[in-house]
Write a protein that binds this ligand. Structure first.
Ligand code: ARG
Ligand code: ZN
Length: 872
């Protein structure tokens, strides 16, 4: 994609307030796919805090028709993506701009674009400037009035933010709608939709007694797939009022689904726009994982109404102010929705698993950046696991340090101080600390804020010493993060007796390079259970022996650490085999421990499934200095095959015991049982490949055909595909035929094949073949992700090939995607973030592929920034 030399590095320290404010905007759109006319009438005033200077507006890929100040034409110049008006008056003035844009040519899906015959917008981070010229920065907040005009037949539904003021008929079969949003907002929260949609509607009364109309808009055939999203929205509303006292501030709250979307969803004021993959669910087409992801994304966008919209970011370096906080809020919501302590623990385990799989590698690789970045070329490259997920862990640590009630008081103060403002992460930190004077946070606030400024995952080492004579146990904790200053690390610590007795639990705050903590009255040597609930996003070396890990696996009162013990036992074995270059052979102690988990009469199915799932290959790679993806894969596969064989009878029992009679509900208990049944089935089919048994592949095929919900159907299909069973082929073609009218299910069909564990190059060959399938297209982000991203980001053994074919394919796809959609191309480029740790021959081949992308003259800023960081 051609870009005109706009690759400037933006620095946080260069922040300056704008020279002008835009107070109100009156926008009108004459919508046409080829050429949409935009008229923008703004009330502008000079920012008296800033000395004289020109009015500089942003605009990209626009065709400018005229510029008027107070109704008179005015001289201006254009410089790249800037429109500069030197003669802007000092007194308040009216600015009118007219321009056109071309929605149907907008394959970048940023700004105003068409999808499935309708118009949609995505303005975060800097898409508004692709609609009209504006001060497109989050600290400029205006009140919007929006008039949409479009063909009535093609676009019967016309939506924008806020309240509907007026609708009516126009000539030539066109109609109009006029909207007004009373809340001043930054341009990134603007949205419009013009399309042929239908809505599920629900009226609700909030605690305070106000009436609200909730609407979920989708294409005609999708209405029955919106029930879950509507229920999730209602639950979010209730939760935010109950937990944080935050009510819905609008009479109408709209959610719209669109099939072409760069991310999950967007929190535009009163008009959230969702990727259909994050919105639509029915038992027949969506899995348990989809149901829970939808619940959390609907909640996330709804929660942004306060954390993001009512209080927004001063500049994009502060992105985690809204994203880290809102992820924290959606994670808390999901835990509260899950209900029981063990279902809450399952939520936490899943969140940590994805943090470790995505954020830890990011923090150790080419794109490592602090939660509050210091510089960027393309802000869209910084919607990352660090800003979102690590940012959420930082918010969680505030809560751990000041307690739940203290955190709620801090949130209250935050809104009292900053409602209606665009603020910084420092403002948030100050509010939480000021509401909790004398807390473990307030006394260490400056040191705590290193979580915002220092990149990298701190390593914490813990060593215990028991003194029988004094009955004391002393724990020495130390930390390091690439020579940076010590961080404030809350270490929730329990002591567990070898017989399982809970001896103590305490919050230890590690804030120096090394510190010792002594527990008194400890009658016998305990096993330390550190970092309970994963109380800080660090890598922990606790030096525990297998025997000690087995004690925790059996007895720890903290379910998270119980699971962690299962993972550590597996990880130790996998790492030992990989480091020694030896085939992995599982020992009886480990196998028996896993057998007792699987047979345990009290543990939940969901927990068993998590404990028996081996650590992910990306997380394993993070533990190694030199990474051989094939060796890691071989060790994991060997462990899987041996667990499948050794526990065969137990897998059969687990499969049989977790069949669910009756209708489908996505509740955590049923979902956990389906997950365990699916894991058991995949183990049994895998073992059948070894033994030559045909019964279990046959049963899997039968279950695949007869399943009454997508979780069971896809689970059975995965069991066949992942084991490379013969029946996989016919199941795959049957699945495709059955769901050819359901794009989100066809995405699953592509993804499942692209993620299949590599065996003799078959998975890679299949991806290359599928890239030529009639249903494949790089233009739809979901489809591109389902195939290409699944291979390059989620199937290391298929991607990292000794013959470099994976890297050649990656480079081709990055370049092709960059010409269509730079944001999505930038994400794919990141598959090479960790190339410097690769073993040969992968390392040299990776460098060559990256260099080939870098050599292309016309790269987007998105891809250029990633590639240059990789080569730096
Ligand atoms: N604010 C959205 C969310 O997390 C993400 C939108 C980001 N989009 C983008 N193109 N950078 O809820
Ligand atoms: Zn968000």
């Amino acid at each position: 994609m051609m870009r005109e030399g706009t690759a400037t590095l933006i620095r946080r320290e260069d922040y300056a307030a704008p020279a002008f404010w835009i107070r109100t905007v009156d926008l009108s759109f004459d919508l046409d796919p080829a050429k949409t006319l935009v008229t923008s009438k703004m009330q502008v005033e000079r920012n008296t805090a800033v000395a004289h200077g020109p009015l500089v507006l942003h605009g990209e890929e626009l065709n400018l028709l005229r510029v008027l100040i107070n109704g008179e034409s005015v001289s201006f110049r254009q410089d790249g993506h800037l429109l500069i008006i030197e003669g802007a008056p000092d007194a308040d003035f009216a600015l009118e701009i007219r321009n056109t844009c071309a929605p149907e040519k907008n394959t970048a899906l940023s700004g105003l674009y068409t999808s499935g015959g309708g118009f949609f917008t995505q303005c975060e981070a800097e898409g508004f400037r692709r609609i009209t010229y504006f001060l497109d920065r989050p600290d400029v907040m205006a009140v919007y009035t929006v008039t949409l005009r479009a063909d009535k037949k093609k676009y019967p539904v016309l939506l924008s933010n806020g309240n509907l003021l007026e609708t009516g008929e126009l000539d030539n079969g066109r109609h109009f709608a006029k909207w007004h949003d009373p809340f001043p907002k930054p341009s990134y929260l603007f949205a419009l939709v013009a399309a042929d949609l239908v809505a599920r509607e629900q009226r609700v009364k909030s605690r305070s007694g106000k009436d609200h109309l909730l609407q979920v808009y989708v294409r005609r055939g999708d209405l029955e797939k919106t029930e879950h999203a509507m229920n999730s929205l209602i639950a979010s509303l209730v939760w935010d009022e109950a937990r944080f006292g935050l009510p819905l501030d609008l009479e109408r709250f709209m959610v719209v689904g669109v099939s072409d979307f760069n991310m999950g969803a967007m929190e535009n004021k009163g008009l959230n726009i969702f990727n259909t993959s994050a919105l639509l669910a029915s038992p027949a087409t969506a899995t348990d994982a989809d149901f829970s992801r939808i619940e959390s994304i609907v909640a996330h966008e709804y929660f942004h109404n306060w954390t993001g919209n009512r209080v927004t970011c001063r500049d994009w370096f502060q992105l985690s102010l809204k994203e880290g906080l809102t992820v924290f809020r959606d994670q808390e919501f999901s835990m509260d929705m899950a209900g029981t302590p063990s279902a809450r623990a399952v939520c936490r385990i899943q969140d940590v698993r994805s943090l470790r799989a995505m954020q830890f590698p990011e923090d150790g690789g080419a794109m490592a950046h602090p939660v509050r970045p210091d510089q960027y070329v393309e802000i869209n490259n910084f919607y990352t696991a660090t800003v979102y997920e690590k940012g959420s862990e930082v918010v969680r640590m505030y809560q751990t340090l000041v307690g739940r009630a203290g955190f709620e008081a801090g949130m209250k103060l935050y809104f009292e101080r900053h409602d209606g403002q665009a603020v910084t992460c420092d403002d948030f930190a100050a509010a939480i600390a000021d509401a909790n004077p004398g807390s473990a946070l307030a006394s260490r606030l400056d040191a705590f804020k290193r979580w915002y400024s220092q990149p990298g995952t701190p390593r914490v080492q813990a060593r215990g010493h028991y003194d029988a004579a004094t009955q004391t146990y002393t724990l020495t904790l130390s930390q390091s993060n690439k020579g940076q200053a010590p961080q404030v690390i809350p270490v929730v610590t329990g002591l567990v007796g070898h017989d399982g007795t809970a001896l103590a639990e305490q919050l230890l705050v590690l804030d120096a390079a090394e510190q010792s903590f002594t527990f008194e009255n400890i009658a016998a040597e305990p096993v330390p259970s550190l970092l309970r609930g994963f109380s800080a996003p660090v890598l922990l070396d606790d030096g525990l022996s297998d025997a000690e890990l087995l004690v925790l696996l059996k007895h720890d009162a903290d379910a998270f650490n119980r699971w962690e013990a299962s993972q550590r036992l597996a990880l130790n074995r996998i790492l030992a085999a990989v480091r020694a270059g030896q085939p992995l052979v599982l020992d009886a102690a480990y196998v028996e421990a896993m057998r007792s988990v699987l047979r345990h009469p009290e543990l939940d199915a969901a927990f068993k499934e998590l404990a028996l799932t081996l650590p992910g290959e990306a997380y394993i790679a993070e533990q190694l200095e030199v990474v051989d993806p094939q060796a890691i894969h071989a060790a994991v596969e060997a462990a899987q095959i041996q667990l499948a064989q050794a526990l065969r009878e137990d897998w059969i029992a687990a499969f049989e015991a977790n069949q669910i009679q009756g209708g489908y509900t996505p509740d955590p208990v049923s979902a956990g049982r389906r997950a365990l049944a699916n894991l058991a089935l995949s183990m049994l089919v895998l073992d059948a490949q070894r033994s030559g048994d045909t019964v279990w592949p046959g049963r899997a095929y039968q279950r695949f055909k007869d399943a009454t919900n997508m979780t069971d159907r896809l689970g059975a299909l995965a069991a066949l595909v992942n084991a490379h069973a013969e029946l996989a082929e016919s199941a795959l073609s049957r699945f495709h035929a059955q769901f050819k009218g359901e794009p989100l299910v066809i995405d699953k069909w592509f993804a499942l094949q692209a993620r299949a564990p590599e065996r003799e190059g078959k998975s890679f060959a299949r991806v290359k073949q599928l890239a030529m399938h009639a249903d494949f297209s790089l233009k739809n982000p979901n489809r591109a992700r389902s195939l290409i991203f699944s291979l390059a980001l989620f199937n290391p053994a298929a991607f990292h090939r000794a013959d470099a074919a994976g890297y050649v394919f990656w480079a081709d796809q990055v370049l092709a995607l960059d010409g269509i959609n730079p944001q999505v191309a930038g994400r794919l480029a990141r598959a090479m973030d960790r190339w410097t740790t690769l073993a040969e021959p992968y390392r040299s081949a990776a460098r060559e592929a990256i260099a080939r992308v870098a050599a292309k003259a016309e790269l987007s800023n998105d891809v250029r920034e990633i590639i240059e960081r990789q080569l730096a």
